[in-house]
Design a protein around this ligand. Structure first.
Ligand SMILES: [Zn+2]
Ligand SMILES: [Zn+2]
Length: 333
């Protein structure tokens, strides 16, 4: 059975559980760990059974609870390499130092290097093959990369969040355009236009069921249209109503950012896709990442309904809205 549960969707946090056969993954971890676990339990999902976390991009509403959740569960995190780096930079703001302090730091590091035997600990391999590059971040090199997909967290290995906020139990890299698998789930990541380091959408497939996942994109370019075909479920961004955004409270620069080709998808743009380019195959269309300031669920719904009504063959599609503050009922296939 394939089960898809959106725990939260919107600029205050994004998180979805996908469960297929024996495999359960989290797509983004934009809620605090505590809230994430609470919502999983509300939705009838058991946090301890998660096998991995897969990240779309490094914006805070997608990674807010990432480090704590991965550490608590001792599970690997799947990123693109650029997203991982951007996430680490976000968590490790540069410190200002004087030249004298910098010299002192360099001397200390050199002395430490001399004192230690050579060790690959902490190195990140190149992500040529996303299937093979299980990279432990500071996990002792004695542990083979392919050992256990969900190693037990060990308190002697894990530095405290304060000492190293970027430490994760295990990291795996994937690249857009290169499908990979986690247990029973096949994952095809594709590039989306958004102002992050290397943002992706996904098509997940398992047991012959295909689920498309595309939020946080400024527009729908041909490569994304191509990916969002032949799906059983489509989660599509319907971020803002153009008039509400234009007349709304955001400063001009933020409005420009949202409206740009690397911003967010408007109700109109989502509907245009549904009316003109969507193949109508999905049993469920879920509208997601609705803005709380610049949209109303009814506006998003009516706009998409109109698009689907214009195509009689699509009336079988069930239209749902993912919410920010409560999980959407699980959808099973
Ligand atoms: Zn977002
Ligand atoms: Zn984003």
């Amino acid at each position: 059975m394939v089960r898809f549960t959106v725990l939260a969707s919107g600029s205050k946090g994004n998180c979805t559980v996908l469960s297929c056969g024996r495999t359960r993954i989290l797509v983004d971890a934009g809620l605090s760990c505590r809230e994430l676990f609470r919502r999983m339990k509300l939705a009838g999902e058991e946090p301890a059974t998660l096998n991995a976390i897969v990240i779309t991009h490094e914006h805070q509403d997608h990674v807010n609870g990432l480090a704590v959740t991965a550490r608590k569960l001792g599970i690997p995190v799947y990123f693109t390499e650029a997203t991982h780096r951007a996430w680490m930079r976000w968590l490790s703001p540069r410190r200002q130092m004087t030249y004298a302090q910098w010299l002192e730091m360099v001397r200390k590091q050199a002395a430490e290097r001399q004192a230690e035997p050579e060790s690959p600990v902490g190195e990140i391999d190149s992500p040529d093959d996303p299937g093979e590059t299980a990279v432990e971040n500071s996990v002792p090199s004695a542990m083979p990369a392919s050992a256990d997909p969900a190693p037990e967290p060990s308190s002697d290995q894990a530095p405290s969040l304060k000492d190293d906020p970027t430490w994760l139990p295990a990291i795996e890299y994937f690249s857009a355009g290169q499908p990979f698998s986690i247990g029973d789930i096949c994952i095809s990541p594709f590039t989306i236009p958004h102002d992050a380091a290397d943002p992706v959408g996904f098509v997940f497939s398992s047991e012959g069921v295909r689920l498309g996942f595309a939020t946080d994109l400024g527009y729908i370019p041909p490569n994304v249209r191509e990916q969002l075909r032949d799906l059983d479920l489509l989660l599509l961004e319907s971020n803002h109503d153009l008039e509400m955004l234009r007349d709304g409270p955001y400063p001009w620069s933020v409005k420009q950012r949202v409206l740009s080709r690397v911003g967010h998808l408007s109700n109109d743009a989502a509907s245009q896709f549904l009316a003109a380019d969507y193949d109508g195959q999905a049993a469920y269309v879920i509208l997601g990442h609705l803005s709380e300031n610049n949209n109303l669920p009814e506006l998003a719904r009516v706009s998409a309904e109109r698009a689907l009504l214009g195509r009689a063959s699509l009336l079988a599609n069930r239209l749902l809205l993912a919410a920010q503050h409560e999980p959407l009922s699980a959808i099973s296939f």
